[in-house]
Design a protein around this ligand. Structure first.
Ligand SMILES: *Cc1c(COP(=O)(O)O)cnc(C)c1O
Length: 400
């Protein structure tokens, strides 16, 4: 058997362009982790571990089938009931992952209508649009004038869905949710929001940005994830009963997959209980994120967003981003380089995330390391990216 040369050529090309990906060995060394989504540190919480262990004894490991065949358990049903109550919505559906939820939900609810999708939406939402039979119209990131002009042009086809993340996963900035609600009402569209990075972090009870802004009643469909601030695994959709029932009937990523092990559903019930009571922790984390951004800006780095624990440090080209990431690693700081196609060309960055697991000394370690490596790796990072033409790399002049 001979290997088609296409594979090796394509891999070489990825490497030449500094876009090659490989798995990091996160368990090696004692690096401080500044790239996890475990914002509240719940993945290591003793109560979560205890509940999961007890659930194994009660339910075993595997779920034995898809939810609609033999995989449904008391733990799944209890979790969905709790989710619907927590959100004050009629119904909820638990998914195997956020990726599964985005793909399945969007392709199911959009029918042959129109989807208006933010340019920076997560790959799971993009792939949901790709699988859908609806027409997808992409609006410029958070640009509400652009969205409105597109909504005006598409008044004939239904259903119409506006789809947006609330806290964007790579920039840590927020969608203009008030304005999205205003537009969805004005043009009689429906609104689907992905609260992956907002659940646990915003809202009095940690239900996300819609809760924080008092907009719950205006949201037609809300996706939330357990794999981020909730410290576990899986995802959910909450909404009106007919919509959720439709999703249960039509979302192929829900129907044609083995149910998540019941132990995870049981742990997720505990995660919700814990997260509800962590209001002070949420506020403290967001305060730290504001201060962290101020520190970056004081060092002339360019960042985005305000108080979310996702803090981008914009570099520009992938090569320099990798170099900075490696240099920090040598100083005991683990933060991954994010490159195209995850972010647009010319927008490679370090995606720094904060967690309640960090102590003050670890923040100090981060900034000491950053100050040390910046000059050694690329002096032109001092130049602010905002002043440059779209797509230009601020570190273009950086020596190889
Ligand atoms: C992480 C993420 C997802 C996917 O969730 P998983 O449970 O990790 O599959 C979906 N949407 C957004 C915005 C995310 O950041």
């Amino acid at each position: 058997m001979t290997l088609d040369p296409w594979f090796e050529q394509s891999l070489e090309s990825l490497k030449d362009n500094h876009l090659f990906r490989e798995l990091p060995a996160s368990w090696v060394g004692a690096d401080v982790n500044f790239c996890s989504n475990d914002y509240l540190g719940l993945s290591k919480h003793p109560e979560m571990k205890r509940v999961a262990k007890e659930a194994i004894d009660q339910f075993g490991l595997g779920s034995s089938g898809s939810r609609l065949v033999s995989g449904n358990s008391k733990a799944h049903v209890e979790l969905e009931k709790l989710l619907a109550d927590w959100y004050g919505k009629e119904d909820a559906l638990f998914f195997n992952s956020g990726y599964n939820a985005g793909v399945g939900v969007i392709s199911a609810v959009s029918g042959e209508g129109v989807i208006f999708s933010d340019q920076y939406n997560h790959a799971s939402l993009v792939d949901g649009c790709r699988l859908s039979k609806a027409e997808t119209v992409v609006y410029e990131h958070a640009n509400m004038a652009h969205l409105e002009s597109l909504l005006k042009q598409h008044s004939e086809r239904f259903p119409q869905w506006i789809v947006s993340e609330t806290v964007f996963s790579m920039d840590g900035d927020k969608a203009p949710l008030n304005k999205l609600v205003e537009l969805k009402k004005k043009y009689k569209a429906s609104l689907l929001i992905d609260e992956a990075h907002a659940v646990g972090v915003y809202g009095d009870l940690g239900r996300g940005l819609a809760e924080e802004l008092g907009l719950f009643n205006e949201i037609d469909l809300l996706l939330g994830m357990f794999g981020k601030a909730l410290g576990s695994f899986g995802a959910f959709a909450v909404g009106d009963k007919p919509i959720i029932t439709w999703i249960l009937n039509k979302a192929r990523s829900f129907i044609f997959t083995t149910a998540v092990p019941p132990l995870i559903a049981a742990a997720n019930v505990k995660a919700i209980e814990l997260v509800k009571g962590m209001k002070n922790e949420r506020l403290s984390l967001r305060k730290k994120a504001e201060v962290f951004r101020d520190f970056l800006k004081a060092l002339d780095f360019v960042t985005e967003g305000d108080d979310s624990p996702i803090i981008p440090l914009l570099v520009g080209d992938p090569e320099n981003t990798l170099r900075l990431s490696k240099a920090l690693k040598e100083e005991g700081i683990w933060v991954q380089a994010i490159r195209p196609p995850t972010v647009p060309k010319g927008m490679s960055r370090l995606r720094i995330t904060l967690s309640l697991l960090h102590q003050e000394k670890e923040y100090q370690q981060f900034f000491t390391a950053l100050k040390k490596v910046r000059g050694e790796t690329c002096p032109s990072w001092d130049r602010p990216m905002r002043d440059m033409p779209q797509g230009a790399s601020p570190s273009g002049a950086c020596p190889a």
